[in-house]
Design a protein around this ligand. Structure first.
Ligand code: NCD
Ligand code: ZN
Length: 345
């Protein structure tokens, strides 16, 4: 196989940042993706319709006119989010969902949700108005080991939300464990999950053996090869529509990551579809790539498939060691290595 054409993919979980940093990376996603769900964890976070639309306008302004790319915005859920906030977002087609960060779980999540009880009335309205809940699935309890935080979240929080809100649409974002895969498989159609390139390509050995590699560090943290990475590979390439593309590409200034206290986030947007293509090819499942990348996501959100197509060609190329990023640099995932597929531009 020398080339492969796909319905243009979408990225259902993307961090674009803002200001000069956003302007450095937005074109990369726009070149690959028809749409992307833009995460609201800016400083300060995007908490209401006006802020989301202003952020969207900033992104649109930064886009070159020859690229058709539609940013789908999200609100950052807090203990103080009101029913009015949800009602207003629900009437706005460019706002697609609400993002639930447990307070303190990840980058800029300090203002997130402190307890599920506090947001019950808001979840009730989201269920009624069919606004999906996007979940960062990790508990933040200091007594829970960081490698167990997703499993404990599923057991202690998500299970309850699913039970109490039986028709709320939920996406468990960037799943990392076999437990998460099994939970998704065992639940109804209104529950789905995104899977990132790094959780398919790497496991915690890549991050920790032979030296600590900060550019592999993201949250939820990379888990074991067996059973976790293997379960993710199987789920992504299975053709089950409950699993779809969400890169969680999360660029940070290299100095913020190469530090005594480096922050979480892997930057993959520069070659998102090429990274997934490498995974699907290695798994002998190239024919399943289009469903995962371009079909199951829009079907879950009730949106049309993209009209355009993209072509990938088999052509070895070397990932740059760095990209310009808001006047500094960002180190891409797999910097300096060779990728075998390239998007034809
Ligand atoms: C994300 C970021 O940097 O915004 N980091 C990450 O490791 N994934 C936040 C998130 O999605 O957890
Ligand atoms: Zn994320």
């Amino acid at each position: 196989m020398k080339t492969i054409s796909l319905v243009k993919p979408d990225d259902w979980h993307l961090h674009l940042r803002s200001g000069p940093a956003m302007r450095s990376v937005v074109e990369m996603s726009a070149a690959q993706m028809g749409r992307a769900i833009i995460m609201p964890n800016l400083l300060p976070p995007i908490k209401n319709t006006n802020q989301a639309l202003a952020y969207r306008a900033e992104i649109m302004e930064a886009l070159p006119s020859d690229l058709s790319f539609s940013p789908l915005m999200t609100l950052y859920l807090t203990d103080k989010t009101t029913i009015k906030d949800i009602e207003s977002a629900a009437t706005e087609p460019n706002i697609i969902a609400v993002k639930f960060y447990p307070a303190g779980a990840t980058t800029n999540s300090q203002g997130g949700v402190t307890s599920i009880e506090k947001i019950s009335p808001v979840l009730e309205v989201m269920q009624k108005l069919d606004v999906p809940l996007l979940v960062h699935g990790e508990v933040t309890d200091a007594n829970v080991d960081i490698f167990d935080r997703e499993e404990v979240f599923i057991d202690k929080v998500l299970e309850k939300v699913v039970r109490n809100f039986p028709s709320l649409k939920i996406v468990l974002e960037h799943i990392t464990t076999k437990t998460a895969v099994d939970f998704i498989l065992g639940s109804s159609k209104r529950l789905a999950a995104t899977i990132t390139p790094q959780h398919l390509i790497a496991n915690r050995n890549h991050m920790l053996v032979g030296g600590i590699r900060p550019h592999y560090y993201c949250l939820p943290v990379l888990k074991r090869q067996k059973p976790d990475q293997k379960a993710l590979l199987k789920a992504a390439t299975s053709g089950n529509p409950k699993f779809f593309l969400g890169t969680d590409s999360a660029p940070h200034d290299r100095h913020e990551k190469e530090s005594a206290c480096g922050c979480a986030g892997v930057f993959s947007a520069y070659a998102a579809i090429e990274l997934y293509a490498a995974v699907f090819e290695a798994e002998g499942a190239m024919e399943k790539l289009e469903g995962f990348s371009s079909i199951f996501g829009p079907d879950f959100y009730g949106l049309p498939h993209n009209q355009e197509t993209v072509t990938l060609e088999r052509k070895a190329w070397k990932v740059p060691m760095q990209y310009e990023f808001g006047g500094s640099q960002v180190i891409p995932f797999l910097a300096g290595t060779e990728l075998s597929w390239r998007l034809v531009k």
